[in-house]
Design a protein around this ligand. Structure first.
Ligand code: ADP
Ligand code: ZN
Ligand code: ZN
Length: 693
């Protein structure tokens, strides 16, 4: 987690208006320059262009100026003949020889600022490598070791019938220079990457660049290497997560100088300064990592689609488990759906068995964590010298209350999300509407008294595995165990070399990894993700089960997946068992419609934090009132405020509320009105997250 940038200091007058839209972007009427900063202050601000700098100040360049008492890097976004301000300062110096941002990039960053409620300058800063934000022009490089992987990709494959069909559609759009969005829905191992490779080749053939985004580059080195081996080192530019700022800076300049380039990287690579953009690929489009967690909290998918629209490029969103929002867009024909329904060479999908933990509980002799079936299968795999991955869908940071006899989970009657148990107050709380109830001692559904508090961590699983299999070599991979920079890379490479028998982890280990000797995947508890206090909990569970399932039996050996759960009849688990996305989608989209959640509505999350609990609470109540009273005939609904799931973090209390509406613009405008009237007390911080995940 990083610092939230507060939005409160922005007043309504300063929010980009129709007026600033009229700033001339190309014409230079040297007199005054319009300048924005990478700070939560809106602008643009007027500065005088001194005689001596008239030939060098240009739109898209960085300049040094004084802002208040500070000397800051500013971005020139326009010119004006006159200024309304009395006290206009001079531009001190021009940093760049040529503009860093072209008009398309200025348009894109402006769109980001309006959509995600940040300043234009903040959006520009987030689109540039760190060094450039801070005014650097030249940087020293030190080399950082980037691990080499075996290049397994042969050459180009002759496409299957399904691949050909998909490629024909994409090629046609690239040829027409049409800006189309394709949703490539292909099960794991169906040849999606091969489609990306051949589409990129097509784009390159007609002189156009491609950007390939992957969820987390450190976890997908194999993917990046496949692009290099196909197109040659000199044509592929990879933003590794291990790169130093100085290396990113150099790579950015190098990409900028190419006529066509292929860029591979995580979400910020969407801003790569490629020329002649033709194609953007977003692999595993359903992943959370595409959402930026700090201001500006943009969603990379939407930014990609907007950039493609501005530049007449195509977008391919690829996934085995498309996000509900994307699939819905495909149903509405906003995206074109392309399907790869079969695995290459008819390799089978793993067999998924679901273990009903309610039955285990009744036999009373089992420890809580492993069922007989899972323990036995782990033993079998170890005996055959095959490898095992054990998986807890997510770190259990929230505790919920459920019945161990019938599996019933206590959830909010009005929001239909799981209630979270708060130790301090001893109450069950809804994190959407703040409804509070006493945890029941008797199950409201079956009247049994086996009510239990649920929360397992990966650490406990590790302890239990070492107790049951003292000989096995075990490693744990989660955010706690991975605080060291390169730790996960080391674990993965020892696992690949079969120096580890059992790998325990959170969803992190589900991503795109390919270990042929893994034959067993155990999902220790599907309930943890199924009962997250989040309207996406069913979707997350289905995705995770499908993704982890895809890790088993990648090689010649047959794969097996065991899922332990107290809710074996839940549709997310049933559909994952049958590998049936369409069946899952049908049920889930119905649910979203009934409960009024996205894609049928849009959500904005507003979080307020302060050292004192009362202060945070009072501030958000005040803000809520302001937003409420700004409502005229708009149909925006306000949920909460309520304390955040992790109420106290790094010494600060956090409260949040949700704005929900059918039209995103309505919520954005209403919130802007509320914020403009909000007199933020000192020590209170406000963070706005549009379309939160
Ligand atoms: P996905 O990205 O959907 O998981 P990949 O593109 O990685 O699938 O393909 C899975 C495997 O099948 C890879 O080893 C790939 O090289 C191979 N493959 C893909 N397309 C073909 C094809 N048309 N003919 C033969 N092998 C293929
Ligand atoms: Zn019950
Ligand atoms: Zn509620």
């Amino acid at each position: 987690m990083t610092n939230d940038t507060s939005f409160h200091s922005v007043s309504l007058e300063n929010i980009p208006s129709e007026e600033s839209d009229k700033i001339q972007m190309t014409e230079r009427e040297l007199g005054f320059a319009k300048i924005v900063f990478g700070l939560p202050v809106e602008g643009p601000f007027d500065y005088r262009v001194p005689e001596g700098l008239k030939s060098s100040v240009e739109i898209g360049k960085r300049v040094w100026v004084n802002f208040g008492k500070r000397r800051l890097v500013g971005f020139v976004v326009g010119f004006a003949r006159e200024s309304d301000c009395d006290d206009v300062k001079n531009i001190e110096a021009v940093i760049d020889e040529y503009p860093l941002l072209d008009d398309k990039m200025l348009e894109l960053t402006k769109w980001i600022s309006q959509r995600y409620l940040c300043s234009w300058g903040q959006a520009i800063a987030s689109a540039l490598p760190a060094g450039l934000r801070h005014g650097k022009t030249q940087m020293q490089t030190r080399s950082a070791a980037v691990e080499d992987y075996d290049l397994e990709d042969c050459d180009e494959k002759s496409p299957t019938a399904h691949q050909s069909r998909a490629l024909d559609e994409i090629t046609r759009a690239i040829d027409k220079k049409a800006s189309e969005v394709f949703l490539l829905h292909g099960i794991t191992g169906s040849g999606k990457t091969e489609v990306y490779l051949q589409a990129i080749k097509k784009a390159k053939g007609v002189g156009r660049s491609s950007i390939v985004l992957v969820p987390e580059i450190a976890l997908t080195p194999q993917t990046a290497e496949r692009f290099k081996s196909r197109f040659g080192n000199e044509n592929v530019f990879v933003f590794h997560s291990k790169m130093l700022d100085s290396q990113r800076f150099l790579l950015w300049h190098k990409i900028r100088s190419q006529k066509t380039a292929i860029v591979v990287g995580a979400r910020s690579a969407i801003f790569s300064p490629v020329k002649n953009l033709g194609l953007i690929v977003i692999d595993e489009e359903h992943e959370n990592t595409y959402k930026q967690e700090d201001a500006p909290r943009y969603n990379t998918k939407d930014v990609a689609i907007e950039r493609a629209r501005l530049q007449g490029a195509c977008v391919i969103l690829g996934s085995a488990t498309p996000s509900i929002e994307s699939y819905y867009s495909a149903q509405k024909k906003e995206f074109k759906l392309l399907k790869l329904p079969e695995r290459i060479q008819q390799r089978g999908l793993p067999l998924v068995s679901v273990v009903d933990m309610r039955q285990q509980k009744r036999s009373k002799q089992r420890p809580e964590i492993f069922s007989f079936a899972l323990e036995q299968e782990i033993g079998n795999a170890l005996q055959k010298k095959e490898q095992v991955m054990l998986f807890l869908n997510r770190r259990g940071f929230s505790t919920f209350v459920h019945c161990r006899k019938c599996g019933h989970v206590i959830s909010c009657k009005s929001c239909s999300v799981t209630l979270t148990f708060h130790k301090q107050s001893g109450k069950l709380v809804c994190h959407y509407c703040n409804n509070k109830t006493e945890p029941p001692s008797i199950c409201p559904k079956c009247q049994s008294s086996y009510m239990g508090y649920f929360g397992i961590g990966t650490q406990r699983i590790e302890n239990e595995v070492s107790r049951l299999f003292p000989e096995a070599r075990i490693a744990r991979m989660d955010t706690d165990a991975l605080s060291k920079r390169d730790a996960h890379q080391k674990i993965l490479s020892s696992f690949k070399k079969q120096q580890i028998d059992i790998l325990i982890g959170t969803q992190m280990i589900a991503k795109g990894l390919d270990f042929p000797n893994v034959t067993l995947v155990g999902v220790v508890s599907a309930d943890v993700s199924l009962n997250l206090p989040d309207f996406r909990s069913a979707e997350r569970t289905f995705n995770l089960l499908t993704q982890v399932g895809g890790r088993a039996g990648r090689g010649q050996l047959k794969g097996r997946v065991i899922v332990q759960t107290y809710s074996p009849d839940h549709y997310a688990i049933e559909s994952a068992k049958h590998h049936d996305y369409d069946e899952f989608y049908k049920k889930e989209i119905e649910n979203r419609k009934c409960t009024d959640f996205p894609p049928f509505t849009n959500i904005i999350n507003v979080t307020v934090r302060a050292k004192k609990q009362e202060k945070a609470k009072d501030a958000i109540l005040e803000l809520k009132n302001l937003v409420d009273s700004a409502k005229t005939d708009s149909e925006v609904e306000i949920l909460g405020p309520s304390p955040c799931i992790v109420e106290k973090m790094r010494g600060q209390y956090r409260w949040s509320m949700l704005l929900r509406s059918r039209k995103i613009d309505e919520s954005v405008n209403l919130l802007k009105k509320g914020l403009s009237k909000f007199k933020k007390p000192s020590g209170v911080y406000v963070a706005v997250d549009v379309d939160p995940l």
